[in-house]
Design a protein around this ligand. Structure first.
Ligand code: SF4
Length: 479
């Protein structure tokens, strides 16, 4: 319905808790914004693993009956928005196999840039893949490793992959977490009633009243076993600079989360303040595109002195099962989700704030709705820089040719939107709003400065990949 980048996954784990499956359910529920296509929980009863995976939302599909099939005091869970591998029940996670050392399950947030090559190598050596997602590569590498312990085998596998990964592994008696050397995707450690908890975002800790302990560091492995014993090791050398995804601050993460050392809501407000300083305009009212544009609009209003009001009301009752409208009523489109408040808009110079413009389909409809509601002027402000390039590190993005800012100037986009003015936050302004070291972020979708170059030129066929389900990268997605 909305024209956004989509986060790919959320992960959650809890060790040695009497309600492991139910807490995993709650943790995934808090992380539902990170993926809505499938969900799964795997528990350990001390001797063997039990896994349940469903298509759709956590609350709708993890019924009492399903939770009853998940015994044990330790569990990991996953919510997924399909990208690499496509939408299919077999690609739901946690992914579980049995190999020479016993059972293992994995939940992965991120994307591997050398998945296609590794998969072909493994297949040529006899590996048989069950799914089409890149996560399965980890378990094949672990199964084939010659190292003596499961921890060493996981490190061995991680050394062979390139890309973004925050991982949770479950084997009978152990919960193991790993974060890639760049720290692309978040992963935090918490504690609840003496039990260790791991989650993509602190919002999952908050829901279950767990205390935030710290982030898992880039390249760190944490092994939890026995009587809640936690061992930490630098399993992989951390990259010279972190490359945490700055888009988590722009849109993906929940505003109540504490991410990469900062409160997301406060960073978004500062982005709005900076936007007002960079591209202020005389106006009567500042309105957000709800919900994600709200904090930045509050910041913009605060810095500009222009009153903040809710100029759109969002309906929360459009489910994913919504039936596509017929051609005759298709033009209702975004109005099913957002309705303008004429009393706020009519006869006024309106600044409308959104967090990003991807293809421009939603932005066009927003501007038209404001004109239709009687706005005198429509000033569109975006609290992030133009998105000019796709992501290869675990975010679902359109191809470069579909990104409006990759092929059009800001002036051309303004004309297409039919806005009075249009301005984006600068890259420097966005980084400054985080109040973090500017060198600690990936911002490749805004800057094309890819921390890990996508190494294979698909257009030349040099990677040998001919299966789009495996590679998912057409020639125009190659940076
Ligand atoms: Fe995040 Fe963009 Fe980097 Fe992807 S390319 S990890 S979306 S900042």
């Amino acid at each position: 319905m909305f024209d956004k980048f989509h986060d790919e996954c959320g992960i959650f784990g809890i060790f040695n808790h009497e309600e492991a499956a139910r807490y995993a359910y709650l943790g995934l529920h808090a992380l539902q914004h990170r993926g809505q296509e499938s969900a799964g929980i795997c528990t350990d009863d001390g001797e063997r693993l039990h896994v349940q995976r469903v298509m759709g939302l956590v609350a709708e599909n993890f019924t009492e009956d399903v939770l009853q099939k998940l015994p044990g005091r330790t569990g990991i869970g996953h919510v997924r928005y399909s990208t690499a591998g496509g939408s299919h029940p077999k690609n739901a996670q946690p992914f579980q196999i049995t190999f020479s050392m016993g059972q293992i399950a994995v939940a992965h947030n991120g994307n591997l840039v050398n998945a296609g090559v590794l998969r072909r190598q493994l297949e040529s050596q006899g590996s048989i893949f069950q799914a089409t997602m890149d996560t399965e590569i980890f378990v094949h590498l672990i199964a084939r490793s010659k190292k003596p312990t499961i921890e060493e085998r996981i490190v061995d596998a991680c050394r062979q992959v390139q890309g973004a990964y925050s991982l949770l592994f479950l084997v009978p008696g152990k919960l193991i977490a790993v974060r890639d050397p760049f720290g692309f995707r978040p992963l935090v450690l918490g504690k609840h009633d003496g039990s260790w908890v791991l989650a993509s975002e602190t919002t999952a800790l908050s829901l279950i009243d767990a205390a935030f302990v710290r982030e898992i560091e880039p390249g760190e492995m944490v092994v939890i076993q026995g009587d809640n014993e936690l061992q930490s090791m630098q399993a992989l050398p951390a990259a010279p600079h972190r490359r945490q995804c700055i888009f988590e601050f722009v849109y993906f993460a929940r505003p109540d989360s504490f991410l990469f050392g900062h409160n997301v809501n406060e960073v978004r407000k500062r982005m709005g303040e900076q936007l007002a300083r960079e591209s202020g305009v005389a106006a009567d009212v500042v309105i957000p595109v709800p919900d994600s544009g709200v904090p930045a609009a509050i910041g913009y209003a605060r810095a500009s002195g222009i009153p903040f009001e809710m100029g759109f009301i969002r309906s929360h009752y459009i489910g994913r099962t919504f039936i596509e409208p017929t051609q005759q009523i298709r033009h209702f489109g975004v109005k099913l989700k957002l309705l303008p408040v004429r009393a706020v808009i009519e006869g006024r110079r309106v600044v409308v704030i959104d967090d990003s413009i991807v293809r421009s389909t939603t932005a066009k409809k927003i501007v038209k709705m404001l004109w239709d509601a009687g706005a005198k002027e429509v000033h569109m402000r975006v609290s992030s820089p133009p998105t000019i390039s796709p992501c290869y590190y675990g975010i679902d993005t359109p191809t470069k040719s579909e990104l409006i800012a990759a092929t059009h100037s800001v002036g051309e986009i303004r004309e297409m939107l039919n806005a009075t003015t249009l301005a984006y936050l600068s890259l420097e302004g966005m980084i400054a709003a985080t109040r973090a070291d500017g060198d600690s972020f990936c911002h490749a979708c805004f800057s094309e400065q890819y921390p890990i170059p996508f190494p294979y030129d698909c257009s030349a066929g040099s990677c040998g990949c001919s299966d789009p389900d495996v590679c998912q990268r057409s020639s125009d997605r190659t940076p």
